[in-house]
Ligand binder design. Structure first.
Ligand code: ADP
Ligand code: MG
Ligand code: ZN
Length: 475
C-alpha cells in the first residue's frame, strides 16, 4: 500500500535555480523572506544567536502575484530542497489518506533538513471546519496541526504556505506557534510593475521608443502573472507582424485585449472612479491621523483588489487590546466615516463605496449602546442577547429588549454614527488642502505610506483648528 506516501514533488534547485532576482515588485515580501534564507543556510548558527525562527509563514495575496515563485526563490537562495504539495490534491481523497500523506511529508522533510515544505492553496485544506463535520479534510487538517505543533524549528526546516483567501482559513492554523507569520504578497504598484516588466522583457527586443515605465502606468491592477502574460502577448503580436522589434503600439493592443478579459473578472476602474476612491481613502487616513486612540494608518492604496477580495487587511485579531474609552470608539467610527465624508465634501454626493464602512460603524455603535452602556437614552443596562453575539463585526442578533426600547437603541446608534460623521467632515473641511494634495499624490503613486502622507499633513495643518476632541452631539 503506497497510497499514503506523500506525492510532494521535490525540487532540488541546482542549475535552473530560481532566486530573488526572478521576483520583482514585491520588495516588502521579499525582504521578509531574506531572514528565512539566513535561517535555512545555517539553522544552528541562527538559533545559537538566540533568534527564534517562525515555524510557518503564510504568503497571502491575490492569484498571480508571485507567491509560488517567491517560495521557490527562497529555496533557491538558500540552496535547500523544496518539497511542494498543493492543498487541492487532498480534496478528493479517501478517509485517512490525506492525514497519512501529511505525516509522510513531514517525515521526508525531517530527513532532508534543512529544507522547505511548501503547501500551495492552503485554503483547500485548511478551510474553517464546519460544525459537526468530521470529514476527510478535517482529519487532514488535524494531522497538519499536530505536525506543526510537534516540530522544532531548530531541526532546520521551514513551512511555507500560500493562499488567495486567508479569510476562510481555520483560525487554529493561524495561532501562535503555527502559521503565526503572515506575509502579504499584494498586487504591485506602478514602480513594482515597471520592475516586473523589465524583468520579463529581458529576452524580447524592444523598439527604442518603448518606455516600460509608461506601460506600467497603463496597467494598474495587473499582477505579476498578468504582466508576464502581457510581455508574452506583445512578442506574439510583433511576430505576427513579421516585425523585428516590439513597439509601443503592440503594448497598447495587448493591454486593451487583456483588460477587456480582466474587466469581466475583476474591477477595472475608470479615471473618475479612481479619483473618488483616492479621495475616499485619503479621507480615512486624514481623519485617522487627526484623532487619538485609533490604529495608525500605515499604507493607503487605490490598487483594485478584485471582486470579493476586499478582505486583505492582515491584522492580527486585537485580543491584546486594552480598554477603550467611549471617545476612542467615537474616533474609530469617525475614521470609518472619513471615506464617505470626503466623497460628500468633494463630489457633493454619495456612492456605494462606503457600504462596508457603514456596516462596521453600525456594529461599533450598536455595541456601544447595547453592551457598554454608552448612550444616555438607553442607560447603563445592557441589551445584548449574549456577550458573543456582538463581538464579531458580522451578525447582529436581535437585542434583548422590548420593541419600544429597540427603537431607542436604533436611534441612539444612529446618533452616534451621525456625530462621528460630523467629526470626520469637520476635520476634512479644516484640512481641505491636505485632502486634495493627498488624493493627488495617491492617484500618481497608487500606494502611499505614512511617511509620504504625514509631511503633507504637517505642512498643511498649520493654523487649522484642533480636532483632538471629537464633537459629540447630544443623544
Ligand atoms: P501565485 O502563486 O501568487 O498565484 P505565481 O508565483 O504562480 O503566482 O506566478 C505565476 C507567474 O507569474 C510566475 O511564474 C512569473 O512568471 C510571473 N510573476 C508573478 N509575480 C511575479 C513577480 N512578482 N515578479 C516576477 N514575475 C512574477
Ligand atoms: Mg501559486
Ligand atoms: Zn472606506
Amino acid at each position: 500500500m503506497e497510497i499514503g506516501k506523500s506525492k510532494a514533488k521535490v525540487y532540488v534547485e541546482t542549475d535552473t535555480k530560481i532566486t530573488f532576482k526572478d521576483v520583482a515588485g514585491v520588495d516588502e515580501a521579499r525582504f521578509e523572506q531574506q531572514e528565512v534564507v539566513r535561517f535555512l543556510r545555517d539553522p544552528r548558527a541562527y538559533c545559537r544567536l538566540g533568534a527564534r525562527a517562525s515555524k510557518g509563514i503564510l504568503l497571502a495575496g491575490p492569484p498571480g502575484t508571485g507567491k509560488t515563485l517567491l517560495a521557490r526563490a527562497v529555496a533557491g537562495e538558500a540552496g535547500v530542497p523544496f518539497f511542494s504539495i498543493s492543498g487541492s490534491e487532498f480534496v478528493e481523497m479517501f478517509v485517512g489518506v490525506g492525514a497519512a500523506r501529511v505525516r509522510d511529508l513531514f517525515e521526508q522533510a525531517r530527513k532532508a533538513a534543512p529544507c522547505i515544505i511548501f503547501i500551495d492553496e492552503l485554503d483547500a485544506l485548511g478551510r474553517s471546519r464546519t460544525v459537526g463535520g468530521y470529514d476527510e479534510k478535517g482529519q487532514t487538517l488535524n494531522q497538519l496541526l499536530a505536525e506543526l505543533d510537534g516540530f522544532d524549528p531548530s531541526s532546520g526546516f521551514i513551512l511555507l504556505a500560500a493562499t488567495n483567501r486567508p479569510e476562510v482559513l481555520d483560525p487554529a492554523l493561524l495561532r501562535l506557534g503555527r502559521f503565526d507569520r503572515q506575509v502579504l504578497v499584494d498586487r504591485p504598484n506602478r514602480s513594482g510593475r515597471a520592475d516586473i516588466l523589465k524583468l520579463h522583457a529581458r529576452n524580447i527586443r524592444l523598439a527604442p521608443r518603448v518606455n516600460l515605465e509608461d506601460v506600467a502606468g497603463m496597467t494598474i491592477g495587473f499582477t505579476g502573472a498578468d504582466l508576464a502574460n502581457l510581455v508574452n502577448e506583445v512578442a506574439i503580436i510583433a511576430t505576427r507582424r513579421n516585425a523585428l522589434e516590439v513597439t509601443f503600439a503592440d503594448f497598447t493592443t495587448a493591454i486593451e485585449r487583456i483588460v477587456a478579459g480582466l474587466e469581466k473578472k475583476r474591477c477595472v476602474l475608470s479615471d473618475e472612479e479612481r479619483q473618488r476612491v483616492a479621495y475616499h481613502e485619503i479621507g480615512h487616513a486624514l481623519v485617522a491621523a487627526s484623532l487619538p486612540g485609533v490604529d495608525p494608518v500605515l499604507k493607503v492604496s487605490i490598487i483594485p483588489r478584485g471582486v470579493g477580495a476586499l478582505g486583505y487587511t492582515m491584522q492580527r485579531p486585537t485580543e491584546d487590546h486594552f480598554l477603550l474609552a467611549d471617545s476612542d470608539l467615537h474616533n474609530r467610527i469617525a475614521v470609518l466615516m472619513g471615506g464617505r465624508a470626503a466623497e460628500a465634501l468633494v463630489f457633493g454626493n454619495a456612492s456605494t463605496g462606503a457600504a462596508d464602512d457603514l456596516q462596521r460603524a453600525t456594529s461599533i455603535a450598536l455595541m456601544m449602546v447595547t453592551r457598554y452602556g454608552m448612550a444616555e437614552a438607553t442607560g447603563l443596562r445592557t441589551y445584548a442577547p449574549s456577550p458573543q453575539s456582538f463581538l464579531g463585526m458580522q451578525g447582529i442578533d436581535r437585542p434583548n429588549a422590548s420593541d419600544a426600547t429597540i427603537r431607542e437603541i436604533d436611534l441612539a446608534a444612529r446618533d452616534i454614527v451621525a456625530a462621528a460623521y460630523d467629526t470626520a467632515l469637520s476635520i476634512l473641511k479644516a484640512s481641505r488642502a491636505v485632502l486634495d494634495q493627498g488624493a493627488e499624490m495617491l492617484l500618481a503613486k497608487e500606494t502611499i505610506t505614512t511617511d509620504d502622507f504625514l509631511p503633507l499633513r504637517r505642512a498643511g495643518d498649520a493654523g487649522s483648528a484642533d480636532h483632538r476632541e471629537p464633537e459629540r452631539s447630544a443623544h
